[in-house]
Design a binder for this molecule. Structure first.
Ligand code: NAD
Length: 482
């Protein structure tokens, strides 16, 4: 299959934080991959900007080194690597200082200019203000901001307000990289491109939905940040809620940024407030020579959760009575991000009780591999009567589309969408605020009650209470720990 690349106009992309971890691991490799695919037009330039002084050669060396590590295969092509580095430039700029801005202005030549704020949110308004002050913005300017977008509703509103002082909402791209994943977009294609699923996509046929984002890693070097954040702010408020929105939303009238985001917003606004007994917090303990959460963050009394499982409801006509179970955690048994849509049992079994009760299940896997599996019930082959078994109808993208189609990294897709000016896969200001408005009372409740997370064994499936929450509903978690 031939991959079809949609051409973009030549552009300038400035990465503030161009020497940071995110730039090296994700942003620059994504740009390099698009460059190797011929998607970056001649005349475009990529400008790294950060506080430290680097000569142009030293910065290009840093970029080449990062690509050799994080885009290994492609970086073996020395000509491609050299050609890419030619379009890379560097300016030393302190977001809070006035130096370097004139040099940056001198480098920008194209109408389309994107400024990627790959720095802490504390610097967003400094950058926005100075970009404006030094005359670097135009109508075709876009700014890309990274998570965390705020710490709660109040700080998110303040950030939105600060950005809105200098940019129109149509110029602001709030990244949630989960939305750039091929499978997440495929989720929309599967739902809205097939007649098969949509009629069943409601409380009448869906028993419940599970969303799991599990990691095997602990907080590692991010302890200081994580201790102030916890799983609720770090994962649920953004990634899990975005996935929930895409699963639960009504079909938008068209695949257009505001039509899609309007529908997602309606889902968040329809979420009920979570009851304290429908939520479980956990904290990993030490195991297999790995430190406990409290050791990792160097706080023996930490009350921050590294695990959350919760049950919520989308209070609308489509989903009334269908529970959504969300769970995320660190130091769990597997690295696994998936959504399970569990359909109801058939209303009546014509095969008798010995054939067993079966149901369909749609599993949408985002990590480690991307793919969609539909579990269907068939007859177990062979003699011996009608015994039913569940088998997967696999939609493995790699197999179906052939080896020539590589799943692009989410950042490749998202950065090119920024250049194209397509905001569909980015969060709008009201979406982010609505998500905080939902999570804030939960977090405030924990703080008010002095809630202490339940310890769980490292590399397990989380605290027992999370399993009990499910079993009280005569259900069980799927996927993890199998
Ligand atoms: P980092 O600490 O590795 O890099 C920060 C970068 O910002 C460096 O280039 C540094 O020179 C620059 N910087 C710091 N202060 C500056 C100033 N005053 N003026 C100009 N430049 C300045 O951080 P990171 O991991 O690259 O993360 C960047 C942002 O992206 C953070 O907000 C982080 O929360 C977010 N983020 C990171 C990841 C990730 O995987 N690293 C993932 C999601 C979101």
């Amino acid at each position: 299959m031939v991959s079809r690349i949609i051409p973009v106009n030549e552009f300038d992309l400035v990465v503030f934080g161009g020497t940071g971890d995110l730039a090296k691991r994700k942003i620059l490799p994504a740009l390099f991959k698009r460059f190797c695919d011929g998607q970056i037009p001649e005349g475009s330039r990529i400008v790294g900007a950060a506080r430290s002084a680097h000569t142009l050669d030293a910065y290009r060396d840093l970029v080449a080194e990062a690509l050799s590590e994080f885009a290994k295969e492609l970086a073996r092509d020395q000509d491609a690597l050299r050609a890419f580095c030619e379009i890379v430039h560097y300016v030393a700029i302190d977001a809070r200082g006035e130096g370097g801005w004139a040099d940056l202005a001198g480098l920008l030549k194209n109408e389309v200019r994107a400024f990627y704020f790959s720095v802490g949110p504390g610097l967003f308004s400094d950058l926005a203000e100075r970009l404006h002050l030094h005359g670097l913005t135009n109508e075709q300017t876009r700014v890309v901001v990274e998570k965390p977008f705020g710490h709660d509703l109040e700080t998110a509103q303040a950030l939105n307000h600060e950005l809105a002082q200098h940019f129109d909402e149509s110029q602001i791209y709030r990244i949630d990289h989960y939305l750039g994943k091929e499978t997440v977009q495929n989720l929309m294609a599967v739902r809205f491109g097939n007649i098969l699923f949509e009629p069943l996509w409601n409380a009448q046929y869906v028993d419940h939905i599970q969303i799991t984002v599990a990691e095997t890693v602990g907080v590692g070097g991010r302890g200081e940040y994580y201790e102030k954040s916890g799983a609720m702010r770090d994962m649920v408020q953004n990634h899990l809620m975005q996935l929930l929105c895409l699963i639960a939303m009504e079909p938008p009238s068209k695949f257009d940024p505001d039509a899609v985001r309007d529908e997602k917003l309606k889902v968040i606004r329809a979420l009920d407030s979570v009851q304290p007994h429908h939520i479980v917090r956990g904290q990993y303990t030490a195991a297999d020579g790995e430190a406990s959460y409290r050791e990792d963050v160097d706080n023996p009394r930490s009350k921050t959760e590294s695990f959350v499982a919760l049950k919520c409801q989308v209070n609308n006509w489509r989903w009334a009575g269908t529970p959504f179970y969300l769970r995320t955690g660190k130091r769990l048994s597997d690295r696994d991000t998936e959504i399970r849509v569990v359909f109801k049992d058939t209303p009546h079994s014509i095969f008798g009780p010995e054939a067993g009760q079966h149901h369909n299940e749609l599993a949408i896997q985002l990590q480690p591999d991307e793919g969609i599996t539909l579990k269907v019930t068939i007859k177990e082959p062979g003699p011996g009567g009608m015994r039913l078994i569940d088998v997967p109808l696999d939609m493995s993208f790699a197999e179906a589309l052939g080896p020539t189609v590589e799943t692009p990294d989410a950042y490749e897709r998202l950065i090119m969408d920024v250049i194209r000016g397509n905001q569909t896969l980015f969060m709008r200001n009201d979406e982010v605020e609505a998500a905080w408005a939902w999570t804030d009372p939960i977090i405030r409740g924990w703080e008010a009650r002095g809630d202490v997370p339940k310890p769980y064994d490292a590399f397990s499936t989380g605290p027992d209470d999370a399993a009990m929450m499910m079993s009280r509903d005569q259900r069980h978690w799927r996927g993890l720990g199998k």
